[in-house]
Design a binder for this molecule. Structure first.
Ligand code: GLA
Length: 410
């Protein structure tokens, strides 16, 4: 009788784990979309400003375009845990507390995300407490506030952390599974090695160090930590496509669209390429004072649809022809997205005869063959029909601009 009971219990536990794993797998069937405070505000965040951002997410149309998560990054917390050892928000900058802020965000039909780190302190200067030794408790605290998304950074880690980082990062997902509230788990342990271990338990993982507000990474000593430019991030992520799939995403970092000195072409190209890479689309600009052109980029429905395509396949870089990259992304309903990206510092002529390029994608096992199938082209930026693959392309692309199409069988 006792052994029957034990068997029953064992089966029950197995089924529960199975259900939990399934839930985690279904949490982000398309790349998460939202906004995060770091790229524009860094350490300077407060309650009033974040509420205004929530309002702006709705009034600007970003929410309707799919940007659902409002994520607080570093520096929301008080330097001291409370008397029960729990993280608490900074009482001056967030006088109403995190639960009230989460409620406000939820009242706008948005979801609420928060930040912590796996080491003793967060990554910003100032020794803000992070979750080392408190992984379970901190997830419980976040859950009790109504958090829907947790980013876990890696800073100020104890010696030897590298050898145990996988177990340490798994502690957060175990805690999330135990706690009933579904939370997206975003691993921020920058490096391509994360692709090998983070998909076991996280919905997204950072593949590179922090994105800067520029196209090219400034010359730096590669051994030192540094911000990376859009151009370098594209290269870092090119060979990682096999790791992306519905529920599991490479994260090349949050968007810089509308920040810094990126030109209009670079902003367009950055957004287009994040969509081609099936990257999370987490805006990082001040939505309260966004230029019309920035808003048009961030809310471009056709580009967002390429990113959010249900097949979840990251684009393949087919080749580079005279500094112009040719990227192709298989989409549902036998469609393709094709993006030509001028990597040069000068304008280039794009001359492309579709029929000369038969592309076989080993990952999706799909062939892009315009000799067999004629496709109609829709230019995602002009939103115009642009003929079919019968006609050669012969057009100028300014430096760092894209020409991007969605192709539908004729
Ligand atoms: C690290 C992360 C960034 C941001 C900052 C906050 O650099 O990679 O995305 O969260 O920390 O301090």
């Amino acid at each position: 009788m006792k052994s029957l009971k034990t068997k029953f219990l064992f089966t029950f536990i197995l089924i529960s784990f199975h259900i939990m794993a399934q839930n985690a797998d279904n949490m982000a069937l398309t790349p998460p979309m939202g906004w995060n405070s770091w790229n524009c505000f860094q350490t300077k965040i407060d309650e009033k400003q974040i509420k205004e951002i929530a309002d702006a997410m709705v009034s600007s149309g970003l929410k309707d375009a799919g940007y659902i998560y409002l994520n607080l990054d570093d520096c929301w917390m008080s330097k001291k845990r409370d008397e029960n050892g729990r993280l608490q928000s900074d009482s001056i900058r967030f006088p109403s507390g995190m639960k009230a802020l989460a409620e406000y965000v939820h009242s706008k039909g948005l979801k609420f995300g928060i930040y912590t780190a796996a080491g003793n302190c967060t990554c910003a200067k100032g020794d803000f407490p992070a979750s080392w030794g408190n992984e379970d408790l901190d997830i419980q605290t976040f859950g009790s506030w109504g958090v829907d998304y947790v980013k876990v950074d890696r800073c100020k880690v104890p010696k030897g952390f590298n050898e145990i980082k996988i177990q340490q990062y798994a502690l957060f997902s175990n805690a999330i599974s135990k706690y009933k509230r579904p939370m997206i788990y975003s691993v921020c342990c920058p490096g391509v090695d994360a692709c090998e271990w983070a998909p076991k338990f996280a919905q997204l993982w950072r593949t590179n160090t922090d994105i800067g507000q520029f196209w090219y990474t400034p010359v730096h000593d590669k051994a030192k930590w540094s911000h990376v430019g859009v151009d370098e991030i594209i290269d870092i992520n090119t060979d990682l496509r096999k790791y992306a799939k519905p529920g599991r995403w490479n994260d090349p970092d949050m968007l810089q669209v509308g920040n810094g000195n990126l030109t209009p072409a670079e902003n367009r190209a950055h957004f287009s390429m994040w969509a081609m890479l099936a990257a999370p689309l987490i805006a990082g600009n001040d939505l309260r004072q966004m230029k019309e052109t920035t808003k048009e980029i961030l809310t471009n429905k056709m580009v967002i649809a390429v990113d959010q395509d249900s097949l979840g396949i990251q684009a393949l870089k087919y080749k580079t022809i005279d500094s112009i990259d040719v990227w192709v992304k298989p989409l549902q309903h036998k469609k393709w997205a094709v993006c030509f990206l001028n990597r040069a510092r000068t304008a280039k002529m794009l001359k492309y005869n579709w029929k000369e390029h038969i592309i076989y994608d080993d990952l999706s096992k799909r062939e892009f063959n315009t000799r067999k199938t004629e496709y109609k082209l829709t230019d995602v930026w002009t939103k115009k029909q642009s003929g079919t693959t019968r006609k050669n392309l012969n057009t100028e692309l300014v430096s760092h601009d894209v020409l991007m199409f969605v192709l539908t069988e004729k």
